[in-house]
Structures are given as C-alpha cells and as structure tokens.
Design a protein around this ligand. Structure first.
Ligand code: CP
Ligand code: NVA
Length: 305
C-alpha cells in the first residue's frame, strides 16, 4: 500500500483495501507477543474534536499492542485552526509524531492536515465520511461470509458519513449496495456520481426511500443513528422523519435467513434498532466493534514507515 493518507476511502485502491484486510486477519490470528515490537519508538497523535469510544480506544490499544505510543489531543488541548493555523499545527506535529489520526467536523480540516503534514494522516470520522468504519464493516462481512461477491449490503437510515463510506467501499470492491433513506435524507448527487465513477465490475447500487424493498433478500442490514454528532438540535424532527426506518424483526424478516445485522454503534436502542434485533442471533455488532481494533493495527502497520 503506497498511500500515506486515509482522508476517505477514495484514497485507497481495491487492492489496498484487500491488503489491509489480509494484514488485519493475520494480526487478528496472531499472539500480541509476536508483533509487539513492530512500532517500537513510534508515536501516534490522535486529535479528537468529537466524542468517541470505539475509535479512540481501538486506536490507542492498537498502537500500544504494536509497541508504539498514542497521544490523545482534544480540541481543548490544541484547538487546531483557531489557536494556530492547520498548516503550523500539521508541520509541528509532524516533527513529533509518526502518524496523525483526526476526528473532526469538516472534511476540509482533514484534507488540509493531510496536505500539510509530512506524516500519514488518518480520518477518524468527519461529517463527510468514516473510512475506518467502512473498512471494518466490509472486513467483518468478508470474515463471516468468506467472500464479498454477490453479498447484498443494505443500509437503512440517514444518508450520512457512515453511509457514504459504505457506498464508496462497496463500489471499490464490487459489492452490491442498497440504501433506503427518508426523503430529503438521501446521499447527495455528488457522492452518487463519485460512486458511479469508481464502481468496479459486479457493483450495483439501488437508492430509494422504501426500507422494505431495501431489506428484501439482503445479506447485510446496516443501521446507524438517525442523529449524528453535531446534529443534536435536529433530534426531535429526525425522530419523526425516520419513523418507519427502524430495523426491527418485521423488517429483518424480509432479508435472507442468515442476514448479518450491523451497526457502527453507538446505538439508540428502541429508535433506529430494536433490542430484539441488536441482541438477536444474527447481530454482528460486537464482532464489528472488535474488528475496529484489528483494522487499526493493519492501517498503522501499513502506513507508518
Ligand atoms: N463507531 C464509532 O466510530 O464509534 P465511536 O464514535 O465510539 O468511536
Ligand atoms: N453517523 C454517526 C456515526 C458515529 C460513529 C455520527 O457521525 O455521529
């Protein structure tokens, strides 16, 4: 893998993605003691301007178990772009750390940081996309199904950061993707035209507003929150607009018997997904969360030179 930035899935080729999956699978199957010197002396700077449990902890554990050291930097600590320019911050951080992960609001900040930094930069979620999540999701599906060929991934909910990264990665890998959102919550036209441009053989996409038809014979049903971080003031409206888009037993009954239920978490039980479904036998949500860590290890191993 040659890229030194992961600002979005668009920075990766299909082969890069498969290489990340191979390395993640190998690390997952190994004893920590066998690779705990891989990153000796290396430092990961982690800028988090939004809350996180999975992304933060999986990055910290991944770096520590590889033998390196993570540093957690909140907005209160460094206030990038306000206390000093992103350019100065990126250049100075590049003198101290070997890789930067950033979770922030605007995608522009991630891209500017990647442009200015001389060390690899990884997007740990922006309003635009969540590439580390999508890598984990397709890795988890491949692990469970053995292959990604003809696996229908149906995302039901908001056309948000998580949905966009899923659409991009499915297009790159040729995995059929369906998305059902309420009206006015669709993925934007620009995203759909990028998906068209990057689509590889066997990829197909279905975009609509009907959860039942998206769920029909699906291999994967995927949920995310209806209200993402930064949209809290819209929560009441959204709860209303997303009625009918809940992942419940009635909806999952439309899918294949061995459907995989996925959610990036955190989940709002009783809103976008019911207890019965998330706790049911087809749920992969905790495996998915665990795999965040294995994918992080692979990314750090491949990107930090
Ligand atoms: N899925 C995910 O990114 O979770 P966190 O927000 O807890 O990191
Ligand atoms: N779409 C959600 C994902 C959280 C992991 C958000 O941005 O808040």
């Amino acid at each position: 893998m040659n890229t030194n930035k992961l600002t979005s899935i668009l920075d990766l080729t299909g082969d890069d993605i498969l290489e990340i999956f191979d390395v993640a699978a190998k690390l997952k199957g190994s004893n920590v003691r066998d690779y705990s010197n891989t990153m000796t002396g290396k430092i990961l700077g982690m800028i988090f301007e939004k809350c996180s449990m999975r992304t933060r902890v999986s990055f910290e554990v991944a770096m520590a178990q590889l033998g390196g050291h993570p540093i957690y930097l909140t907005k209160q600590d460094i206030n990038l772009g306000e206390r000093e320019s992103i350019k100065d911050g990126a250049n100075v951080l590049s003198r101290y750390v070997d890789c930067i992960a950033i979770r922030t609001f605007g995608q522009e900040m991630v891209e500017e940081l990647a442009k200015e930094a001389s060390v690899p930069v990884i997007n740990a979620l922006s309003d635009y996309c969540h590439p580390c999540q999508a890598l984990t999701d397709l890795f988890t599906i491949k692990e469970k199904r053995g292959s990604l060929d003809n696996v229908i991934v149906s995302y039901i909910g908001d056309g948000n950061n998580v949905a966009r990264s899923l659409a991009f990665i499915c297009a790159k890998l040729g995995t059929p993707f369906r998305i059902a959102t309420p009206e006015n919550y669709e993925l934007d036209k620009n995203t759909l035209s990028i998906v068209d441009e990057i689509a590889s053989d066997n990829f197909s996409i279905s975009v609509g507003n009907d959860p039942q038809s998206a769920a029909k014979d699906a291999d994967v049903i995927y949920a995310d929150t209806w209200t993402s971080m930064g949209q809290e003031s819209e929560a009441v409206t959204r709860r209303n607009d997303f009625k009918g888009f809940q992942i419940n037993s009635e909806l999952t009954a439309q899918a294949k018997d061995n459907v995989i239920i996925m959610h990036c978490l955190p989940a709002h039980r009783g809103e976008e997904i019911t207890d019965e479904v998330i706790d049911g036998p087809n749920s992969a949500v905790y495996d998915q969360a665990e795999n965040r860590m294995h994918i992080k290890k692979a990314l750090l191993k491949l990107m930090i030179k």
